[in-house]
Design a protein around this ligand. Sequence first.
Ligand code: ADP
Ligand code: MG
Length: 409
Amino acid sequence: MSPQRSARGRALGGRIAAVLLKKKTIRDIDVANKRVFVRADFNVPQDDSGRITDDRRITESLPTLRALLDSGAKVILASHLGRPKGFDKRWTLQPVADRLSQLLDRNVPLAPDCVGERVELMVNNLQSGEAILLENVRFHDEETSNDQSFAKALANLADIYVNDAFGTAHRAHASTEGIAHFIPGVAGLLMEKEIEFLGNALENPKRPFVAILGGTKVKDKIGVIENLLPKVDKLLIGGGMMFTFYKAMDCEIGKSLLDEDSIDFAERVLANEKLIVPIDVVVADKVEAGASTYTVDWDLIPSDGIGLDIGPKAAIEFSQIIQSAETIVWNGPMGVFEIPEFSHGTKEIARAMAESNGTTIVGGGDTAAAVEKFGFADKMSHVSTGGGASLEFMEGKLLPGIAVLQDLE
Ligand code: ADP
Ligand code: MG
């Protein structure tokens, strides 16, 4: 690590922002005829019969895989799927191998396991420009415990490690972190894209830079608020979180969501002029489709009402702020978007971002799902593939699966 980098690391209280580190990618190395272990995130949703219901995680990995295969690498793919306890056919990666074979237009066989003699045999027979998929790494408990000898067994299969699984980069597991202590590790193209978009927004944003935060608990997002507040020009608060901020202003919030432990924190950050809370609220007496709703100003929530969305005036105000911004980062829905009656605010924010000419970045599992559901995903500059990982990144944390990769000289 360069002195400059370690000095900045100290300045950040030992938490080096991931974005300050420039990592090697597959572009920086020669992979021809090399055995390349690619950790992807193929943790795809499936229906009861095992059919893949959304293959975005697979298609997002294709640029990396095509680049490696075209450069003559021998590609050994690995991923987790679900949370199996031991070997469990329910969580086999066979459907992913089938889908990959279709998408890459070549046979991608599934190995019977991810370590062991039969796997080594398959790897030894691998020709340049061919790929195999290892079976679910979480069939072994040693994956999540980041067991050294298991990580070494994975590393022994290959010459080079490529991490393209941004969604699991916040976990130090054997295939996301441990392995790179034994063979050199670089970032894949999806990982590079995630680091570039999130990293540039946090470190070098075009201004005005606006962040929008919503979702349920303030507690889950305190780290994000603290990291973003000094960097942004405006921070808009919505979702279930906003009521804790109203409470901190001594307002009635009825039966709306309250994160009691975070009232003091909310009070402290409210002093910052960059922070904007919604001026009106959609209220109902039950959290149900078909519930009758009404809109009130922020300080007029009745004692028996539940606030379930930002109001129309707030949606317009937020949209105008978004329109005049050059960089917009959004995490956390503005209301209970899963129920049509409370989805207006979330939809309007998604629309304003889709219509923006600035750089628009969406992070968080539920927020990404909302943007997808309302048909705006294609209009965003970047929809992060990582839920928890993108949150930790926005907290300024150095993700272990990124930290372990080689630095550019
Ligand atoms: P993400 O996964 O994008 O980080 P969160 O998990 O923090 O987002 O929050 C998503 C959830 O927040 C959604 O399921 C949504 O229903 C809920 N939510 C939003 N607004 C409210 C509200 N006013 N009351 C209760 N829940 C809310
Ligand atoms: Mg969530």
